[in-house]
Design a protein. Structure first.
Length: 147
């Protein structure tokens, strides 16, 4: 990874904006971090998680999606905020279903993820570490986001 210090970006995706804009936004910032070159599989996982979490905000919460991408030198934090207080839940998806797999995908892709209720909605945060970190940083990612 080319950056060792902290850096972050934020973007609001209005309900009608489409998920593609979020994927392109994330891909550009992952390029800035060198992840597209140095960790392409993890970069692809982050972009897919952006797609799934933004879709959940738009479809299930009926809300704009507020994306924040933060690299703290050890862990990449992807947070998506929407204005619904309804917690996300996994759904059982049949093989022919066109939906219901988003949270299962995020769970499979991220090192860890969680949801935080706030007075104006909720934020879902997924944590990713680079493959050259030597060990998974899932729990350390959590502690790095605490005050």
């Amino acid at each position: 990874m080319s950056r060792s210090g902290g850096v972050g970006w934020a973007r609001r995706l209005p309900l009608g904006a489409g998920v593609r804009a979020g994927r392109e936004w994330a891909r550009r910032h992952l390029e800035d971090l060198g992840w597209n070159r140095d960790a392409p599989a993890v970069a692809d996982a982050v972009v897919l998680a952006v797609s799934e979490l933004t879709t959940n905000a738009h479809v299930h919460a009926g809300s704009d999606a507020e994306l924040v991408l933060t690299w703290d030198g050890r862990c990449l934090h992807l947070s998506v905020h929407d204005h619904s207080s309804r917690l996300p839940r996994r759904r059982a998806a049949t093989p022919e279903a066109t939906g219901g797999r988003g949270l299962a995908l995020v769970d499979a892709l991220a090192d860890h993820w969680h949801t935080r209720l706030e007075k104006n909605g909720k934020t879902v945060t997924a944590y990713f570490h680079p493959p050259d970190a030597g060990q998974p940083y899932g729990r350390q990612c959590l502690s790095s986001s605490s005050p």
